[in-house]
Design a protein around this ligand. Structure first.
Ligand SMILES: [Zn+2]
Length: 433
């Protein structure tokens, strides 16, 4: 076999993965899992497929160790979101390599990291790597929809397959300049998603005689306005305190001071920090009458709401009730997801820090709380795992990358793939070597 560099190996594997259409729904992740199983098997790494239904398999591979050391899981998901080919300048499932970038749906979210983790396993196995504990790789189904075929299901039905002390997942890793110095974001916590429906009640009637009806849509208007204008009480979470202390050298005196400090560094940092200082309430959907000439008896407003990690949902509900006051409405809380955190002083943090220091001297990691949530929370809840979202990138501009995720022309520079692969191999040596 001709010698191939790890850079070519990870590029080629990503191209193959992109060509497997795993748009969720419906997912069809089994084809990606089988591709990975064959690749890993050819490199001496055994893996197993776990599937709730045949088309939606999760793959878990392991390099077992001799001792009782910790278990490190490299976590990723193989499903991707829908791509409208007419918006793209390349085939979203073509996996084309163009000007040093691999193009295709999932290149950033997150088949690039899937490929880097798989090549980490394969290359370490070829080198005879023997972990003190265990090195695991999971490529799971159904992260994007979360209908119970992926990591949530693995944690409840096959906990021994994915139980781990440390986990490296998606979520952050961008290199950013703040106040003239370079930093890499590392996600250590996530906000809680706690959306709700606001049902406003009135009385229906014919629209030609509005006076004898009670229009729920009109009654909803001031409530929607109040939700939009709400400025919740700010709190300072440890992640944002540590972020600002690292970047400014100052400990913020109060949550308001934290926002001022962030804005002094840059308006971008202010925009990032602001929603991480409080819960957010964002009305996003409305439905009322289905007929033009019928005054609606009910109007339903759906509100996207994100709480701070650790914030009590009951307290948030009470705050919303207080904001809206008495009226002909009821609140229906839809679900509560996420909202977990991992500590900042851990061997995994030390590995992130020393990796950045050695590969990009002068740059430092800063913790971030994500406004959205990832699969990390299942592991934190099930096993108390220290889970961070960190896959470093420095070639692609982070603002460009943010626009491409879940959008047209998603692509990843091979330079960043190589850096991510370098990180995962480094972390394996540091944590379980
Ligand atoms: Zn993702």
């Amino acid at each position: 076999m001709a010698a191939t560099s790890l850079r070519d190996e990870v590029t080629g594997l990503l191209q193959e993965l992109v060509r497997v259409d795993t748009t969720n729904p419906p997912g069809n992740e089994t084809r990606a899992a089988e591709l990975l199983r064959d690749y890993l098997g050819g490199n001496g790494v055994t893996s197993e497929l776990y599937a709730r239904v045949p088309d939606r398999a999760n793959l878990v591979a392991r390099i077992p160790g001799a001792g009782n050391g910790p278990r490190l899981l490299l976590l990723s998901h193989t499903d991707v979101v829908f791509a409208d080919a007419s918006e793209w300048d390349a085939d979203p499932f073509g996996g084309e390599l163009r000007d040093g970038e691999v193009w295709g749906r999932g290149a950033l979210d997150m088949k690039g990291q899937v490929a880097a983790a798989a090549v980490t396993m394969a290359s370490l196995a070829r080198e005879g790597f023997e972990p003190s504990g265990e090195l695991l790789f999971a490529a799971t189904a159904d992260e994007e929809v979360g209908a119970g075929f992926g990591l949530q299901w693995l944690c409840s039905e096959h906990p021994d397959a994915v139980r781990c002390d440390y986990c490296i997942n998606e979520g952050a890793g961008d290199r950013v300049e703040l106040g003239g110095s370079p930093y890499y974001f590392c996600s250590t916590s996530e906000k809680t998603s706690a959306p709700f429906d606001l049902h406003v009640h009135g009385r229906s009637g014919h629209a030609s005689q509005p006076g004898i009806a009670d229009n729920a849509l009109v009654k909803a208007a001031p409530l929607v306005e109040a939700l939009g204008a709400y400025t919740p009480e700010r709190q300072l979470v440890p992640e944002i305190e540590a972020l600002l202390e690292t970047v400014t050298g100052e400990v913020p005196r109060s949550p308001d001071d934290a926002l001022v400090l962030a804005r002094t560094i840059s308006s971008t940092l202010g925009d990032i920090v602001e929603p991480l200082l409080s819960m957010t309430l964002t009305p996003t959907m409305a439905s009322a009458s289905q007929k033009r000439n019928v005054v609606p008896a009910t109007c339903t407003i759906t509100v996207d709401s994100r709480l701070l990690p650790g914030q009590d949902p009951e307290e948030a509900q009470a705050a919303v009730r207080e904001l809206l006051g008495d009226g002909d409405y009821e609140l229906e809380w839809l679900e509560v997801h996420g909202g977990t955190r991992s500590p900042l002083a851990t061997p995994l943090w030390n590995a992130v820090e020393s990796f950045i220091e050695s590969r990009d001297p002068g740059a430092r990691p800063v913790p971030i709380c994500q406004a959205g949530f990832t699969d990390s929370h299942w592991l934190r809840e099930a096993f108390g795992t220290v889970a961070y979202g960190f896959f470093p990138s420095r070639t692609m501009n982070p603002e460009v990358a943010a626009r491409l995720v879940h959008s047209a022309n998603e692509r990843v520079p091979v330079e960043d793939l190589e850096l991510g692969l370098d990180w995962l191999r480094y972390a394996a040596h540091q944590l379980v070597g």
